[in-house]
Design a protein around this ligand. Structure first.
Ligand code: FES
Ligand code: FES
Length: 170
């Protein structure tokens, strides 16, 4: 049997530390490992989903230093000292509860594959700007795609969450 091929030009593993869902963690991995891979395969945090894997669909969305970021685009070498929060932490927090409620009551969840990313983005938006205009809300959610095309329910949830009694007409 042949010995496994060894690439002498392969990058060395790097060791680094970050904060993950409020806990300090350390990891050693090749520098081009993506955060999405680390979350799902190293830490078994599977809430962030692989979708397009090129930063277009938002299924893998997490918070990096308290702002939404696509985990498929973040490399291990970028994560030293950073703060990462995933849906596993956010989903049980009071800040996420009104967003979950809005999606549930408005029929904004079908298969649920996009839902964790939607929750990460909508909760952040709700924290930052509780009353955005219709255009702002839709624009800020435009990086979250739903393969079930359940946009009617998602839009109603956005309206309920951000619009209150006023109805968006855009
Ligand atoms: Fe990351 Fe689509 S899987 S943006
Ligand atoms: Fe199925 Fe959005 S609910 S992908």
């Amino acid at each position: 049997m042949n010995a496994p091929l060894h690439n002498p030009h392969a990058p060395e593993d790097i060791a680094f530390a970050l904060e993950l869902n409020g806990q300090p963690v350390q990891v050693t991995c090749p520098p081009d490992t993506r955060l999405l891979t680390l979350l799902r395969e190293h830490w078994q945090l599977t809430g962030a989903k692989p979708g397009c894997e090129v930063g277009r669909c938002g299924a893998c969305m997490v918070w990096l230093n308290d702002a939404p970021a696509n985990a498929c685009l973040l490399m291990a070498w970028q994560l030293q000292g950073q703060r990462v929060r995933t849906i596993e932490s956010l989903a049980t927090s009071p800040e996420c509860a009104p967003v979950q409620q809005a999606l549930a009551t408005c029929g904004g969840v079908q298969c649920g594959y996009c839902t964790s990313g939607m929750l990460m983005n909508m909760t952040w938006l709700h924290q930052q700007q509780p009353r955005p205009s219709a255009d702002e809300a839709i624009e800020l959610m435009s990086g979250n795609l739903c393969r079930c095309t359940g946009y009617g329910g998602i839009r109603r949830a956005v309206e309920q969450l951000f619009g209150g009694d006023q109805s968006y007409s855009a």
